[in-house]
Design a protein around this ligand. Structure first.
Ligand SMILES: Nc1ncnc2c1ncn2[C@@H]1O[C@H](COP(=O)(O)OP(=O)(O)OP(=O)(O)O)[C@@H](O)[C@H]1O
Length: 637
């Protein structure tokens, strides 16, 4: 166990009904939170009466991981997970949701399905509503049209026993007002991200007698748009009379990183660095995104040669689209990488279909699932297969009372018949289904399949990202590519923030203060080294070629601008680097044929041009727009 400092020990020891721990970045929030849970369990508090709430599944997993190193068996923490997953479990197993018109086996729909249902209801009931109103539904203004749609949507959900993600919070809040809830402790991570309804939920748990212990950092509020609020500590404390304490010592980053970043919120930010000065934050200018990515590829190779693990290096960007260039270049240079992304079930048609098949097996009255299963454009059961599937659904509970593996399930439903065996996607669909099933099935020694379905499938407690990565063959130990938003709560040895051009960071038309906090989150993920880069030309919508104004706000004494005005030098240097790497790896070279110069090798390429080396003629550059070349790929391409 880490030796806690005085501030941390005090935060854990306070015995008040509501304790808010306002913590600076990297000051050990998660550390304190896990120690608090351990402490409670050691003091004899029943783990089943502790509710632990986080905002991301990754944060929940991290808490489980850290707890498993201690005495606490994280398995016994029944209610530890994201706000939504815990609400889901409580609504099924703890409260009586029938008072709200649902049964315990309700299924959850995602945003895309929600939009489809709303559109259908508008059509059926002749409700004329603009696309924008629909996107923001239910929104703030309640016109007659939106009221009518709201009523129809509520009826539809009850009739079909489905809820959407917002409902999970709404219904938990409602049931907490109606039914008893006996929990001894509510522990909240990233408290600054709570919105109004989540604050109400916490208050209600407290009204039922629970103690609340919440940690958070107001400077890391990055979800203002979905209702979180940087002054939540003050507001909540004022309303509830909470005891507030602070953690200010940053253990994560070397002092130059802490001091550079702190200045963004001067003079209020009280974070202090614990560690040595380390290297200043580097700011670098590149010609364009291709050069930026190529430069990173080489730098990362040299870091790997110095035995820095790939997964200790993160590349952070403001927009998903920025990763495309990086992925292309890293693939060319054989750099392993992992893309951190969120995968929605509804974006994988075959798994969406399978999910609804299981929902239907658990509740045959679920009309929504019925329609999804039988009338699906691709996997739907046509006439002759309908009777077969109906019978399988009817007999499912008997089949599922035992231990089964993925092949048993495949055979039971004869899935090969439903997954369009002649289609090009069959093999991938099959892999997705089997990998998904393997992911959710328990060890032989544990629960039966029926139980797993109720616990994991209905509660959506599975990691789709892992399934997709396994099927796509992604390595798990690569350089971490992710948006600034996704980097929250993580730490790496080296962090590279790319595309820090004005208009991209901060993103145009976004809340400036929130964008600054987002940038701060990204910077403070690094333990040893941060490099921020921007480009002289950019294709990013709304971005200019100037550096982000936030770069000027960093503490100048902790920052090193590595900028040269002559970006052509950069180009030459990089072209040589690319050429060198191509020569090292002949198999990935492309041959190009030109009528006059004959056959040559492509030695460099950017968005606009190719550079080809022709024996006897030397290097020639060609614009991509009027390219007279014919290409031949070598073996590996
Ligand atoms: N008392 C301590 N002594 C030494 N190291 C510590 C101590 N407390 C925390 N740390 C280390 O500091 C780093 C940051 O801790 P942690 O991840 O808990 O911070 P955090 O406040 O949750 O960070 P953030 O808000 O930035 O996500 C971790 O590497 C952790 O091991």
């Amino acid at each position: 166990m880490k030796k806690l400092n005085k501030e941390q020990q005090q935060a854990i020891a306070v015995d008040e009904q509501i304790v808010l721990v306002k913590s600076a970045v990297g000051s050990g929030k998660t550390t304190v939170l896990t120690h608090k849970i351990c402490q409670l369990c050691e003091d004899g508090v029943d783990p089943g009466s502790i509710v632990v709430l986080t905002f991301t599944r990754r944060a929940a997993n991290e808490i489980h991981r850290r707890l498993s190193q201690f005495v606490v068996h994280s398995q016994s923490l029944e209610y530890c997970g994201t706000f939504h997953s815990v609400a889901n479990r409580l609504l099924r197993d703890y409260f009586d949701i029938s008072v709200l018109g649902f049964s315990r086996d309700f299924s959850i729909i995602e945003d895309r399905q929600r939009s489809e249902i709303l559109e259908e209801l508008c059509f059926d009931h002749n409700i004329r509503i603009s696309k924008r109103e629909l996107r923001n539904f239910p929104g703030n203004q309640s016109s007659d049209k939106t009221k009518l749609l709201q009523e129809e949507y509520a009826t539809y959900k009850k009739r079909n026993n489905i809820v959407d993600f917002d409902d999970l919070m709404i219904y938990l809040n409602e049931l907490l007002a109606l039914q008893p809830a006996k929990f001894s402790w509510i522990i909240v991570d990233e408290f600054q991200d709570c919105d109004e309804i989540q604050s109400q939920i916490l208050n209600k748990f407290v009204d039922h007698g629970a103690q609340l212990f919440a940690v958070g950092d107001p400077y890391q509020t990055i979800y203002h748009w979905r209702g979180s609020n940087p002054v939540i500590f003050e507001d909540f404390a004022n309303l509830s009379g909470a005891y507030t304490t602070e953690l200010s010592l940053n253990y994560r980053s070397s002092a130059n990183i802490v001091e550079a970043a702190k200045e963004l919120f001067a003079p209020h930010n009280k974070v202090r660095a614990y560690r040595e000065p380390g290297t200043p934050v580097t700011i670098k200018k590149h010609l364009d995104a291709f050069h930026e990515a190529t430069y990173l590829a080489f730098l990362i190779k040299s870091l790997a040669a110095q035995e820095i693990d790939y997964n200790q290096i993160a590349i952070l960007y403001r927009r998903q689209v920025q990763r495309e260039e990086i992925v292309k270049v890293f693939q060319q240079h054989d750099i392993p990488f992992v893309i951190q992304r969120q995968v929605q079930l509804s974006s994988i048609a075959v798994l969406d279909w399978l999910y609804n098949l299981f929902v239907l097996c658990l509740n045959r009255k679920n009309l929504f699932a019925k329609r999804m299963v039988f009338s699906h454009r691709k996997y739907g059961a046509k006439k002759e297969k309908r009777a077969f599937l109906k019978e399988k659904i009817a007999n499912f509970s008997e089949f599922a009372q035992q231990y089964v593996d993925e092949d048993d399930i495949w055979d039971y439903f004869a899935l090969h018949k439903f997954l369009s065996p002649t289609s090009a996607s069959f093999e991938k669909d099959q892999q997705l289904v089997l990998t998904f099933l393997r992911e959710i099935l328990p060890d032989k020694s544990r629960d039966d399949f029926y139980h797993v379905l109720r616990q994991n499938i209905l509660c959506r407690d599975y990691n789709l990202e892992t399934v997709v990565d396994k099927v796509d063959g992604c390595r798990s130990d690569g350089v971490q590519l992710m948006t600034l938003h996704s980097s929250k709560g993580l730490e790496f040895s080296h962090v590279f923030i790319v595309g820090a051009n004005a208009g991209n960071i901060p993103l145009q038309r976004q809340n400036l203060e929130e964008e600054k906090r987002l940038f701060y989150v990204g910077l403070t993920r690094a333990k040893e080294y941060v490099e921020i880069s921007y480009t002289n030309s950019t294709q990013l919508y709304g971005a200019t070629k100037d550096p982000s104004a936030f770069l000027e706000e960093l503490n100048p004494s902790c920052v090193h601008w590595e900028e040269t005005d002559d970006t052509q030098t950069d180009l030459k240097e990089l072209t040589n680097m690319v050429k060198e790497s191509r020569l090292q790896n002949q198999t990935s070279q492309r041959e190009a044929f030109h009528e006059k110069y004959g056959t040559g090798m492509v030695v460099a390429e950017d968005e606009n041009s190719f550079m080809v080396d022709f024996p006897g003629y030397g290097e020639k550059s060609f614009s991509k727009v009027f390219c007279p070349l014919k290409f031949k790929e070598t073996d590996e391409n």
